[in-house]
Design a binder for this molecule. Structure first.
Ligand code: ZN
Length: 141
């Protein structure tokens, strides 16, 4: 099996609602997203002969995802009071609501699903929330 791997990073804030510890407070990470795509065989003809997919296409998609989540407060739906949300919006802060608890594990699954939707032959997505700690989501093949 052939595998391509690329990564991109973004800086954003999150917090874990209902968590008893430091992560219950708003704090930031440099999130690094590493994506592996794989195929059993390479493209056989044309300008992409000998490739799994075009590295440029893969990098473009991973960069676009990182840019989307960059410099925002990412929060789980239903975990901020309406008046808090209104106040943050009034200040023009960039907010991204997600339908899951914003842990590295849940990001890895959500990013995996979004790459799948773009028809990338994604095998796994790894999300680092620190240089030492990461979560990996591997799909079924
Ligand atoms: Zn955190």
């Amino acid at each position: 099996m052939y595998t391509l791997k690329t990564r991109a990073a973004f800086d954003s804030a999150h917090f874990l609602s209902g968590y008893n510890g430091k992560c219950a407070n708003i704090h930031g990470h440099r999130w690094t997203v590493e994506v592996c795509v794989s195929e059993d065989s390479l493209i056989e003809a044309g300008e992409k002969r000998g490739m799994v997919i075009d590295f440029g296409d893969l990098k473009h998609e991973v960069r676009a995802l990182a840019d989307f989540y960059d410099h925002a407060l990412i929060y789980e739906k239903g975990t901020l009071k309406e008046k808090t949300l209104e106040a943050l919006k009034e200040e023009n802060f960039r907010l991204i609501e997600v339908p899951f608890r914003p842990t590295a594990e849940c990001f890895a699954k959500a990013f995996y699903d979004s790459f799948k939707e773009k028809y990338l032959p994604v095998r796994s997505v790894t999300v680092y929330e620190t240089p030492e700690n990461c979560a990996v989501y591997e799909g079924e093949r």
